[in-house]
Design a binder for this molecule. Structure first.
Ligand code: FUL
Length: 492
């Protein structure tokens, strides 16, 4: 081949290559946009929806409300459940909604086996109650009221059943699965199902009054129960048992200051949890912190023993503020209402939340960063994405850039007490360390906080040790598994 021919062929090859590259670029939008790759593990769609639930209520209500026991033995007569007034579910839902909860999980059946819905699986339920106010399908009433007022509904069904004669044998497992089916079929959408790990052994068991032990890991045939739940309620998150979220490891409502949504195994056979998650856990298994508003789960105490609004606020900070969901218990009393003092404290708690987080000083304010990831889509990874109140947009750095700063200009000098951050967790939890600085008119001053500033995750709120006035706040990401993806910065 002479040199001219070789040259012509090279030109044809180059033109073909370039048109191929253009065609590919047009088709492959992701490479054009320079989309960051995920850092595994990442959440499922169900888990992402669950993260957005953030804060919801637990309601323990049933036979124990009337016996004053926390764990009924299972031999209580059906009419022991005897509310002195019609159940005020309208009040339950409106007060719970008022404090910012997005849903309610009801104890449809506790360990005593008393079902608070009209089940066909056992006679031991409200269906057979003959008291004035006790013949009520509470699951129906509450799920409908939740739908009416715009809250999600969830169900706690205790696997351990101290009433059922067949407990410990195959017959009970069948009934238990049927109970799950009824709840998942007849009461609308269920956002979360709770299967407690308690298996104390002794109980009434249809009159046998003995101790029965089971192997919790195999007895309940959970794989098939969970398969059924996912078929009937595809968006339902399953609590515990290594499913969609894990028990945080204490019942005081706190997660670690370092809190990963990653885990190896959340369920350790004994149901134990872990407040911190595991930085290198192989699966996404975020923490849910449970807590009560008084000394007991059921209304087995008095108004004077209720936690104060400030205590509830601290629980909120230590859970929702630390990348965990919070399920906070508010038990109705014997009259079927939340007590007046319960409601008073809830209102005070709401005031504390509003005073702290009512106004986001950073909302729609200018944000500038040390660098922004490149993209053919203008603004795709811009710093301004952190203040736009859109969880689907985020600020990103280039691959391999694990540190950087982002500054928010509040427009004028404001008192800054709290900083709230959120990662774009759809692509994994990344950040391992950050710092907060404020502008004093001539330089950036590092601020100390009331707790460590390590992980962020879905949501992290930190308080400055000494709140102060400033016009500009800087967040410095000091360490991250890969380039940080920050979707939200709020300043209060
Ligand atoms: C525990 C149960 O034994 C308590 O009674 C309560 O329901 C709590 C939420 O879970 O393990």
């Amino acid at each position: 081949m002479n040199i001219k021919k070789l040259y012509a062929s090279l030109i044809v090859f180059a033109v073909t290559l370039s048109s191929f590259a253009q065609t590919t670029a047009l088709c492959d939008i992701s490479s054009d946009v320079n989309e960051p790759l995920p850092v595994f593990p990442v959440p499922t769609e169900t888990q992402l929806k669950w993260h957005d639930m953030e804060f919801y209520a637990f309601m323990h209500f049933g036979i124990n409300t009337f016996t004053g026991k926390e764990w009924g033995y299972g031999d209580e007569s059906i009419n022991t459940f005897n509310p002195t007034s019609p159940l005020n579910v309208e009040q339950w839902v409106s007060e719970i909604k008022n404090i910012g909860c997005k849903g309610i999980i009801l104890t449809c059946k506790h360990h005593d086996g008393f079902c608070t819905w009209f089940t066909n699986t056992t006679n031991h339920s409200t269906k057979n109650n003959t008291t004035t106010n006790g013949h009520v399908d509470i699951v129906k009433m509450l799920s409908e009221e939740c739908a009416e007022q715009g809250l999600k509904f969830g169900a706690y069904i205790s696997p351990w059943d101290r009433n059922h004669a067949e407990y410990g044998r195959a017959g009970y497992v069948e009934a238990f699965h049927e109970q799950i089916r009824e709840i998942c079929t007849n009461y609308g959408d269920i956002f979360e199902m709770w299967f407690d790990g308690a298996n104390g052994g002794d109980g009434y068991y249809g009159g046998a009054r003995e101790s029965r032990s089971i192997d919790a890991a195999t007895y309940y045939d959970f794989p098939n129960a969970f398969k059924m739940i996912k078929e009937l309620q595809p968006n339902c998150a399953i609590w515990g048992w290594d499913q969609d979220c894990h028990w945080i490891g204490n019942e005081e409502g706190w997660a670690g200051e370092t809190s990963w949504s990653l885990y190896d195994n959340g369920y350790n056979g004994d149901g134990s949890g872990n407040e911190y998650g595991e930085e290198n856990g192989w699966r996404w298994l975020p923490g849910e912190a449970d807590a009560k508003n008084g000394p007991g789960w059921f209304w087995t105490f008095t108004d004077s023993q209720l936690k104060s609004a400030q205590e509830l606020f601290n629980i909120y900070m230590n859970s929702v503020g630390r990348n965990a969901n919070l399920i906070l218990n508010f038990p109705p009393n014997k009259s079927g209402s939340l007590s007046t003092q319960t409601v008073n404290i809830m209102h005070q708690f709401k005031t504390l939340l509003d005073n702290a987080f009512g106004t986001d000083l950073a909302l729609n304010k200018t944000a500038t960063a040390s660098a922004e990831r490149s993209s053919s889509v203008i603004g795709k990874f811009a710093a301004s994405n952190v203040t736009d109140n859109d969880p689907e947009t985020y600020w990103a750095l280039e691959d391999g850039e694990k540190t950087g700063t982002i500054d928010i200009d509040l427009g004028s000098s404001k008192t800054v007490t709290y900083v709230r951050l959120g990662e774009y967790i759809r692509k994994g939890q990344r950040v391992k360390g950050f710092e907060i600085y404020t502008w004093n008119g001539s330089s950036w001053v590092k601020q100390s906080t009331t707790e460590q500033t390590t992980t962020i995750g879905h949501k992290r709120i930190v308080k400055l040790s000494s709140p102060l006035s400033t016009q500009k706040v800087r967040i410095k990401i000091t360490d991250s598994k890969e380039c940080p993806l920050i979707s939200r910065i709020s300043i209060y």
